[in-house]
Design a protein around this ligand. Structure first.
Ligand code: OAD
Length: 245
């Protein structure tokens, strides 16, 4: 893969780099992206029918079991070279922030440290009523009951029509606005407010880079576009810029 000299020079000199990732960076780990068809048992449901508070109120057992299926999928998945390359990049840059829309922990499992989870994390569970994270419970109901208020437990992820964690979003905006280089990797840029981060970075003078096998609504305004899979282009970019295999 060829990289422009401008991109290589910019990255070598950069002190503040931010990255936004989406489901595409976990595709090569075998986790289906959102806009791909749901597979197997869940093919009959669209995420919008399952990942909402109303869907949970209507059928808490179904929604809990859908996430249990996805949690199992994530537990079986392993970080891919794209995740590892971002963990390497973090070691080379003085101030590096990884903002992810993903809920699969694969960035952390690949060694990334400064990770902002905009949409929560499927491995954490919280009380549907209180919103507090619950680590252990004795209830063997499906969904299990909260040990404090006896309400249902739910995955600690952001559902459609729910607001994002305020601290995470604030830090993401601040990081995007001050980044020298901003990567948008493996996201269709279809969901706000995450999709506004690359635009904010660009407006504040950052060099922006998109990595995706196909073009998105952001492609036309990106400084550099690396058309391809993150698991292939990111390791190559890290090798060429910092000489890391
Ligand atoms: P999408 O499924 O919308 O987009 C995945 C993107 O990854 C697409 O643009 C693909 O072209 C690209 N892609 C596929 N394989 C790739 C690869 N190997 N390397 C790089 N890119 C690849 O997923 P997101 O953009 O993450 O929100 O979706 C954003 C949000 O929409 C999700 O976080 C979720 C969903 O509603 C919530 O759950 C709140």
């Amino acid at each position: 893969m060829e990289f422009s000299l401008e991109l290589l020079t910019t990255l070598r000199a950069a002190a503040r780099v931010a990255v936004l990732t989406g489901a595409g960076i976990s595709a090569e780990s075998g986790i289906p992206t959102f806009r791909e068809a749901q597979t197997g048992l869940w093919a009959q449901y669209a995420p919008t029918e399952l990942a909402t508070p109303d869907a949970f109120r209507r059928n808490p057992k179904l929604v809990w079991e859908w996430y249990a299926w996805r949690r199992e999928l994530v537990a079986r998945a392993a970080p891919n070279p794209g995740h590892f390359a971002l963990a390497e990049m973090e070691q080379q840059i003085r101030s590096f922030t990884l903002i992810t829309q993903n809920i699969d922990s694969l960035h952390q499992r690949a060694g990334s440290i400064n990770v902002i989870e905009l949409h929560g994390n499927i491995v954490r569970t919280k009380c549907f009523n209180e919103g507090t994270v619950v680590d252990t419970w004795t209830s063997d109901e499906i969904p299990p009951r909260c040990p404090h208020c006896n309400g249902y437990l739910r995955p600690d992820v952001v559902w459609f029509n729910e607001s994002l964690p305020a601290d995470a979003l604030r830090t993401a905006y601040e990081t995007a606005a001050s980044a020298e280089v901003f990567f948008s990797i493996g996201t269709s840029a279809a969901v706000q407010p995450a999709a506004s981060l690359p635009v904010l970075a660009h407006q504040n003078g950052a060099v922006t880079v998109e990595i995706n096998p196909v073009s998105t609504s952001l492609t036309h305004q990106m400084t550099h576009v690396l058309t391809g899979k993150a698991g292939e282009s990111l390791p190559e970019l890290v090798r060429v810029v910092w000489g890391i295999k």
